[in-house]
Write a protein that binds this ligand. Structure first.
Ligand SMILES: [Zn+2]
Length: 399
């Protein structure tokens, strides 16, 4: 009886033991299967993804900072090599939003203390002037900075920051941009350019440094920078449709030819939007009496256009180009301008309250230590000078 009981107990324990082993085995194998599944899925995703991403411009070494998708791409001879996620970027609409445009990588510093705040920002790579790409910063006591936006710099998680730091080289070419593809126009506007073949190379408010007086004072630092009063739309390499289109019915009020008092805009057309716009957007007309659209740096102007002519939305204004200072003022680099290069081609688009080349509310800009009337840039938020953000004006879903 006692033996029987003992055997029964022993076999019961054995049974439990085997069941446990089987359960553990099942859990492990299920997890392994899952890991394989997930791995395959991510492999597949990255394969599709890698093929989807085409370089905007081909150089031996090019970094693209896609501020719409919060990703950095590295291309070597036009081939996508790696994708690095962006943790945070500067807030849209502020003067210190992460700069867009063409740049060359400047200095690299593995250990770096910010010139503005007492924080470490390690693996710091200079994008443009005070704007860096670096690891999420932490205070000198080791505590991580918790704000979820940056003062314009691009923040990467530690592993990503190290990876980026190790691959990037001083002098590498960088394009920082936003995409046009996801922007949904209000249905009564026509695209100023073909959104499938263009991207936002420089946005409204983008900071342009023209002065170096206030570099070490975070409050006054903004005085060193001018802000872009329009947006620059650039074609991707191989773009077929290089036309600039009239966005809404209106009157051609000004045609300026390259070199003839163009103030750097090159071939330029200004159109006054027809009052029908008021029926579509009443709020707009309560705010502004007239709205004008400036199309600058055109390669050529459609010869049928004359001052005083009424044109429909969708009519061709001209071809996108690089006339005027198309390459001097938006592009900040060692050579300033290389007009032989296709890089310089873009449409400078402004929406404003007066049919003038300069700012509707007159302002002076500090350029090369001289105060001169502002064209295309203003000393602070362009909305203070009679400009509207073209993307907010044109689109339903821009934020
Ligand atoms: Zn511009």
């Amino acid at each position: 009886m006692l033996i029987n009981k003992f055997i029964n107990r022993k076999s019961f324990l054995l049974l439990i033991f085997f069941i446990t082993i089987i359960v553990i085995f099942l859990i492990i194998s299920f997890q392994e299967k899952n890991i394989i599944l997930i791995k395959n899925k991510s492999d597949l995703r990255s394969k599709i993804f890698l093929n989807e991403i085409k370089p905007k411009i081909c150089f031996p070494r090019t970094w693209e900072i896609n501020l719409s998708k919060n990703e950095i791409y590295f291309f070597e001879n036009c081939e996508l090599k790696t994708i690095i996620p962006i943790a945070y970027q500067g807030p849209e609409g502020k003067w210190y939003q992460t700069p867009t445009g063409y740049y060359w990588i400047g200095t690299k510093k593995e250990k770096h203390i910010s010139s503005l705040f007492p924080v470490y920002m390690n693996y710091a790579v200079q994008l443009y002037e005070d704007f860096f790409i670096h690891e999420i910063p932490y205070y000198l006591n080791g505590e991580m900075v918790s704000s979820n936006f940056s003062g314009g710099c691009i923040r990467l998680k530690s592993d990503d920051a190290k990876k980026f730091f190790n691959i990037v080289k001083q002098g590498d070419f960088v394009i920082s941009y936003k995409e046009l593809k996801d922007i949904k126009l209000k249905n009564y506007f026509h695209q100023p350019v073909n959104f499938d073949e263009f991207f936002i190379r420089q946005r409204f408010n983008n900071a342009l440094r023209t002065n170096w007086q206030n570099a070490f004072n975070s409050e006054d630092r903004k005085l060193d920078y001018l802000q872009h009063a329009g947006i620059d739309l650039a074609p991707i390499s191989g773009a077929q449709d290089l036309n600039v289109y009239n966005i809404f019915d209106g009157e051609v009020v000004k045609i300026v030819e390259n070199g003839k008092d163009d103030h750097g805009f090159g071939n330029t057309v200004i159109v006054r939007l027809k009052n029908e716009l008021c029926e579509l957007d009443k709020e707009l007309c309560q705010k502004y009496k007239n709205i004008y659209v400036l199309y600058g740096h055109l390669e050529n102007i459609n010869p049928v256009l004359k001052e005083g002519l009424f044109i429909k939305r969708g009519e061709i204004i001209g071809k996108v180009g690089a006339t005027g200072y198309g390459c001097n003022y938006w592009r900040i680099g060692k050579d300033g301008c290389d007009s032989k290069n296709k890089l310089d081609i873009h449409l400078h688009l402004e929406i404003k309250t007066k049919p003038v080349l300069g700012s509707p509310v007159p302002a002076n800009c500090l350029i090369n230590n001289n105060y001169t009337p502002c064209y295309g840039y203003v000393p602070n938020n362009p909305e203070n000078y009679g400009y509207l953000n073209p993307l907010i004006f044109l689109s339903e879903n821009f934020n």
